[in-house]
Design a protein around this ligand. Sequence first.
Ligand code: AMP
Ligand code: ZN
Length: 131
Amino acid sequence: MCIFCKIIAGEIPAHKVYEDDKVLAFLDIKPVHPGHILVLPKKHAANIEEVEEVELSAIILAVKKMGALLKDRLGYEAYNIYQNNGPVAGQTVMHLHFHIIPRVANDNLNHWPVRDYTPGEAEEVLKKLTA
Ligand code: AMP
Ligand code: ZN
């Protein structure tokens, strides 16, 4: 059983914020800022490709609720929603989860580096994506 399934089963404690029949949300044990929340399906799915649509719908509605909670109850003015999908993308727990990360000004949680497309590159990519 994965570590998040153990939390869902009550075998490992967690600071639960929200729960319904399909979804659990609890505090990340290592927050960027206090109130950093993880939202996940109760039914194990490793990633966003595995999860069933009905579970995913419930998750995203809970994500929306958690974002509002961060603003209304904890006074944050902004937050990021992250979902690391695959180890190369930084996923360390292989049970799908969305991070709701409260933000404060100048907190150094920077966005990803960017580059420009080379001439024709975007068209090549688009051809593959839409073929
Ligand atoms: P990710 O890198 O997207 O897979 O994120 C996994 C997250 O799970 C990390 O931010 C961890 O701090 C968090 N985490 C791991 N174990 C626990 C736990 N027992 N309770 C709460 N959060 C956890
Ligand atoms: Zn699991």
